[in-house]
Design a protein around this ligand. Structure first.
Ligand SMILES: *Cc1c(COP(=O)(O)O)cnc(C)c1O
Length: 238
């Protein structure tokens, strides 16, 4: 596929996702402007991801820090979201490149981010990842840990807690994800009153290709979409 063909595939995939997003917003009685689409570029090369800003997609996500570094170097005007596990030895390089870290999954990581944010004199916007579905192979705080994390957020100066993130267990039927998304929203409602500014829980990062419409119905403000945009575009380009 040449660049023009790739562009036209991307344009039609984006239009299809946009139509689904708008339909979900309508069902939920929410304005479309409440929800930010993050294009998850982990399966495509930087050369293809680089076409996205011209198509109006500036919010870009990667799950591996090293891949984010590479693609952010290739697409520096993108707004990069880290959506996967961050090892502490990768914080220093990651902070200058990211607009939001969705995947903070331990108090130790929170403390290390505060320390490096202070050193770099940089505000670090983060979400707390919650393992709502309680899968053993998943990162994230257990729901019952959130109360303690909210307490420890009081001491943060450089890190700004801005919401919650979760991944539902994969299932054919997107309805199976609904209880997970609903529980994340309930965690927000329960603990928001305990957070002091600048910290807040306004953002809910939830919903992927298979379940983003349900996530929007349950209050998602950030949806992370890869496959629906990029399936089949990973080959024949390198
Ligand atoms: C890959 C990934 C996504 C996108 O998933 P798709 O099903 O391809 O849309 C979203 N969130 C996270 C954390 C991911 O790793």
């Amino acid at each position: 596929m040449d660049t023009e063909q790739t562009q036209s595939v991307l344009r039609s995939r984006l239009a299809a996702v946009e139509a689904r997003l708008q339909a979900a917003c309508q069902r939920a009685g929410r304005p479309r402007s409440d929800i930010t689409l993050i294009a998850v570029t982990k399966t495509i090369p930087a050369a293809i991801a680089a076409l996205l800003p011209d198509l109006g997609v500036l919010e870009l996500g990667e799950n591996r820090p090293q891949a984010l570094w590479e693609k952010a170097a290739a697409i520096p005007h993108g707004h990069w979201h880290l959506i996967g596990h961050l090892q502490r030895n990768k914080i220093e390089r990651t902070l200058p490149l990211t607009t939001l870290i969705h995947s903070v999954d331990s108090v130790r990581l929170l403390e290390a981010l505060e320390k490096e944010g202070t050193r770099q004199q940089r505000t670090v916007r983060i979400l707390l990842e919650v393992n709502v579905s309680r899968e053993a192979n998943k990162h994230g705080f257990a729901p019952e840990e959130i109360a303690a994390v909210v307490q420890s957020a009081r001491t943060l100066r450089q890190v700004v807690v801005s919401g919650l993130m979760t991944m539902a267990a994969y299932a054919e039927d997107p309805e199976a994800a609904r209880p997970t998304f609903r529980e994340l929203r309930q965690i927000r409602e329960r603990f928001s009153p305990l957070l002091e500014p600048p910290h807040h829980f306004r953002e809910l990062s939830m919903g992927m290709t298979n379940d983003f419409e349900v996530a929007v119905e349950e209050g998602a403000t950030l949806v992370r979409i890869g496959t629906a945009l990029f399936a089949g575009l990973d080959e024949g380009t390198s």
